[in-house]
Design a protein around this ligand. Sequence first.
Ligand SMILES: C[C@H](O)[C@H](O)[C@H]1CNC2=NC(N)=NC(=O)C2=N1
Length: 99
Amino acid sequence: MREKLTGPKREQALRALPGWREADDRDAITKRFVFRDFSEAFGWMTRVALVAERMDHHPEWLNVYKTVEVTLSTHDAGGVTELDAALAKIMDGIAAQIR
Ligand SMILES: C[C@H](O)[C@H](O)[C@H]1CNC2=NC(N)=NC(=O)C2=N1
């Protein structure tokens, strides 16, 4: 779970995560979530935060009104691991429930 995802495994993981891409400036994955309004954006963040805390794996994110820019990496591993792919999938799942 803490092994860095590289090569074909990483490409495969990203292909399974629509909207997620490699970060420009570091070993991380990123996605911009756009909701209908602030209330939906913050509601989503609240639900994600509770799951992230249980996973002991925490997102970096920036919220401006209805947009949330998320960056995921595993600090311990210095890059992207299965934990980031798992949290990304959970974020997508919770967003899908909101719309
Ligand atoms: C001590 C604690 O378990 C670690 O610092 C956890 C907390 N949350 C974390 N979140 C993320 N994204 N990466 C980590 O390596 C990480 N490590």
